[in-house]
Structures are given as structure tokens and as C-alpha cells.
Design a protein. Structure first.
Length: 227
């Protein structure tokens, strides 16, 4: 029998809070872009990017607000990433206390691998939590929805924005990016909630009375296994 630890409920709450902060900060940036972004970009272009005297006074406030919003988006994104990584490490250890932390970092940080591995890793943790029979289809739909929406957000930010930002304001961030990010955040929170609840239920006194999901077929291998 594997040695386990308590489900990471507090770490899950941190994920919810940081994801909400990330979406709210991005929404504030999008609103700023819509209300002031194009005009400010035009003003800075007319000043050659270095306004002086009265010209500087006309834009300094808006530039300051823009800088603060950019820092908020960056800060909340880093915080959300750190909170999620912490939760995932603890969720793996809730199944097996000896689970290594390296696979989590590798899944997210290795280019190319990080386009697929994080979803597979999370599915491995879900299967390791021994879910009740009949939940597999619902879980896969939630997992696929989260990952596809995350990839769509990534594509918008890394491909579309560099091509269109010059014509759409300071950063080019708009409603499509906000919508994809909000959907991805909501579905990510949904996967965290589902897995955390599953692990909490597995530790309850009534867990032994519920039917368990079938064991993985022989010959199947998990994404990673600690040495």
C-alpha cells in the first residue's frame, strides 16, 4: 500500500484565487486598451516615444496606468503558475508520498513536451486517485476542454498578437484573448476542484463502500514514475 498524504485543499484554494486575479488583471488591461490604448499609442508615436514638457504631462498618467496593469498581469500569471505547480506536486504526493517533483517541472518547461505532457500528467494523477466507475468520460471532457482552451490562449498570445498589436493599440490584447484566458482559467479551476474532491472523498470513511474504477490495463505505463 502506498504512503499518502492529505489532499491539497489549501493549495487548490490558492489556484482558484490566483487564476481569478489573473483574469481580472487581464480584463482591466483589455478595458484600458479599448478606452485609451489606441489613442495613447498614437500619441507616443507622434512624440517619437519620448514626450517632453507639456507633451509628457499629457500622457504620463496613462503610461503609468498601463505600466501598472502590465505588471499586474505578469505578476498574477507568475503567481497562478506557481500555485498550480505547487498544487500538482502535492496532488501527486497525495496519491504517493514518494512521488518526485521533477516530472511536474519537466512537463511544463520542456519546449514541445509542454504542449501535451501537462494534460497527460494530470490524467495520471486522476487515475491514481482511484475514481469511482463511470466518471472517466466526464473527466476526459473537462480535461480536454481545459487543455484546448489553454492552447488556444497560447496561440493567440504568441502568434496573433505579434502580428496585429501595432494596429490595435499598445499590446493588441482584446476580447478574444480575454475570453480564451477566462475559459481556460475556469476549466483549469474545474480540473483542480474535481481532482481535489476526488482525493478528499477517497480518504473518507465511506470510501471503501464505493465501487472503484477499473485498474489500468496490464502493459500500460504512466507518464512518469519516480526512481
Amino acid at each position: 500500500m502506498r504512503h499518502t498524504q492529505a489532499p491539497p485543499s489549501r493549495a487548490a484554494s490558492a489556484v482558484y484565487v490566483t487564476l481569478a486575479a489573473q483574469v481580472l488583471s487581464l480584463a482591466a488591461l483589455v478595458i484600458f486598451e479599448q478606452v485609451r490604448g489606441r489613442q495613447l499609442a498614437a500619441q507616443l508615436a507622434a512624440f517619437g516615444g519620448r514626450p517632453q514638457g507639456a507633451e509628457a504631462e499629457a500622457v504620463v498618467g496613462a503610461v503609468t496606468v498601463f505600466a501598472v496593469l502590465i505588471m499586474l498581469v505578469a505578476g498574477t500569471s507568475v503567481a497562478a503558475g506557481a500555485a498550480y505547480a505547487t498544487w500538482l506536486v502535492r496532488a501527486r504526493q497525495a496519491n504517493d508520498r514518494s512521488a518526485a517533483t521533477a516530472p511536474v517541472a519537466a512537463a511544463w518547461l520542456i519546449p514541445g513536451v509542454n504542449l501535451v505532457a501537462p494534460a497527460l500528467l494530470l490524467d495520471e494523477v486522476w487515475r491514481g486517485a482511484r475514481p469511482p466507475a463511470g466518471r472517466r468520460g466526464r473527466w476526459l471532457a473537462l480535461l480536454a476542454g481545459w487543455w484546448l482552451s489553454w492552447l488556444a490562449t497560447l496561440a493567440l498570445v504568441t502568434i496573433r498578437l505579434p502580428l496585429d498589436s501595432a494596429a490595435r493599440g499598445l499590446t493588441g490584447v482584446g476580447a478574444p484573448e480575454l475570453l480564451c484566458a477566462a475559459v481556460a482559467a475556469a476549466l483549469c479551476a474545474g480540473t483542480v476542484r474535481e481532482l481535489t474532491r476526488l482525493q478528499r472523498a477517497a480518504r473518507s470513511p465511506l470510501a471503501s463502500l464505493r465501487p472503484l474504477a477499473a485498474e489500468p490495463a496490464s502493459g500500460s505505463t504512466p507518464l512518469s514514475h519516480p526512481m
